[in-house]
Design a binder for this molecule. Structure first.
Ligand SMILES: *Cc1c(COP(=O)(O)O)cnc(C)c1O
Length: 403
């Protein structure tokens, strides 16, 4: 009798050895020793792995590490950062509820509100990210959840997180914060009174631009269980390989972030001296409008900030960025590579308006040699000037071109 098909399935599944790196558990089916244990498996949903779609030991290991770093109760990993934001909304909100969001929120969340929440009868209302304790005046009878994101995506406003979280608590409203920029090493939302701490682990935590992953940490077991249920029902669990890579990323997060922050600040200071740059939007710079909140609440920065160029034909910015050699054009920062993410149109704003004329560029300062980055930018500014002289004749109306 040919036993090979059986051997192919059963042989070599040997016992583990002790290693520093955790093993990766790739599993769909979990098997049980008895009929009775199989029948009772759902009782274990929140603490054990019962099915691959509901988690894995590899995800649990990553979640344990994140919860420890966040100083919080329990963490849950999900398929992406945006998925983490979606899961918190779906866990908390129902038809007729209102959610408050900062005007500076990560762009795809706006789309999520308009295309996923609004059709369910959930109202998304935007607020000035610098509102602070005055958020209390916006909390109405149907408000259930207040989102924070600090600093704001692209525009870098630091929020008064403790004031907003406190106002939410006082009104019996839950709060959730996207703290991706700072990582758990730079800011711990739960310690500031926030109920749901959300990270796109795709960014600094993974740290190498090779995975997509989100993670949510909560202090209350009831919140964890509700999130776990929602993630299970939407089939949104994280893949074990991504959790493994993210946990590996955590090992070097402190060292990488230190370097990102150091180079980031050096480049930001240099850019502030350049005549081509109208504004440098970096929360760690003392003249940043919300620097005081950053200095009060944050342990450290990362390497992400934005600049606003002086008004010029769009062709000048294109000449500058298209010719960059070290900085690459792209989103999803947090890896070793330096990136530029230009915005040809001003970011969407519902309530605060947009104060700048020139185009805004988000920079991610990577781990390359600082001198190479400065050289790349210096050459870029030379192209910016050259393209402007070339187009002087057609006298482009920059403001119109940028709209
Ligand atoms: C990238 C990002 C997200 C989304 O994360 P994905 O894993 O790409 O879905 C959410 N919030 C912020 C602030 C981000 O930068």
């Amino acid at each position: 009798m040919d036993k090979d098909p059986t051997l192919a399935i059963q042989a070599g599944r040997a016992t583990p050895i002790d290693t520093l790196a955790p093993p990766v558990y790739r599993a769909s089916t979990v098997v049980y020793p008895t009929t009775r244990k199989f029948a009772a498996r759902h009782q274990d949903l929140y603490d054990h792995i019962t099915y691959g779609a509901y988690g894995s030991p590899t995800a649990q290991a990553f979640e344990t590490a994140i919860a420890a770093l966040e100083g919080g109760g329990r963490a849950l990993s999900v398929a992406s950062g945006l998925g983490a934001i979606a899961m918190v909304n779906m866990a908390v909100l129902k038809s007729g509820d209102q959610v408050l969001l900062p005007d500076s929120i990560y762009g795809p969340v706006r789309e999520f509100c308009a295309q996923a929440l609004a059709p369910l009868g959930i109202d998304g209302r935007y607020y000035d990210p610098t509102i602070g304790a005055d958020i209390a005046a916006l909390i109405g009878p149907t408000t259930r959840l207040i989102w924070l994101e600090s600093p704001g995506s692209i525009t870098m406003e630091v929020q008064d997180v403790p004031a907003i979280a406190q106002a939410a608590r006082a009104a019996g409203v839950l709060s959730a914060m996207d703290a991706t920029w700072a990582t758990p090493l730079g800011f711990k939302p739960l310690r500031h009174g926030v109920d749901f701490s959300v990270h796109a682990a795709s960014k600094y935590i993974g740290g190498h631009s090779d995975l997509i992953l989100g993670v949510i940490t909560v202090a209350k077991e009831a919140h964890y269980r509700r999130l776990k249920d929602v993630a299970r029902l939407y089939g949104c669990s994280a893949a074990p390989d991504n959790c493994f890579l993210a946990q590996r990323g955590l090992s070097s997060l402190d060292a990488r972030l230190h370097r990102h922050a150091q180079s980031g600040l050096a480049v930001a200071r240099w850019l502030a001296t350049r005549p081509e740059v109208a504004h440098v939007l970096h929360p760690a710079l003392p003249d940043h409008p919300t620097h005081a909140l950053f200095a009060r609440d944050y342990q450290r920065a990362g390497g992400v900030f934005s600049i606003v160029l002086r008004p010029a034909p769009i062709a000048a910015m294109e000449a500058m960025l298209d010719g960059m050699r070290i900085f690459r054009i792209g989103a999803s920062w947090g890896g070793p590579h330096s990136l530029v993410a230009p915005n040809l149109v001003p970011p969407t704003r519902s309530v605060t308006g947009w104060p700048y004329d020139g185009p805004i560029i988000r920079l991610h300062i990577g781990l390359e040699a600082l001198g190479d980055l400065i050289d790349d930018l210096t050459a870029g500014f030379a192209r910016w000037h050259a393209a402007q002289s070339a187009s002087d004749d057609d006298n482009t109306n920059t403001k119109e071109a940028n709209r």
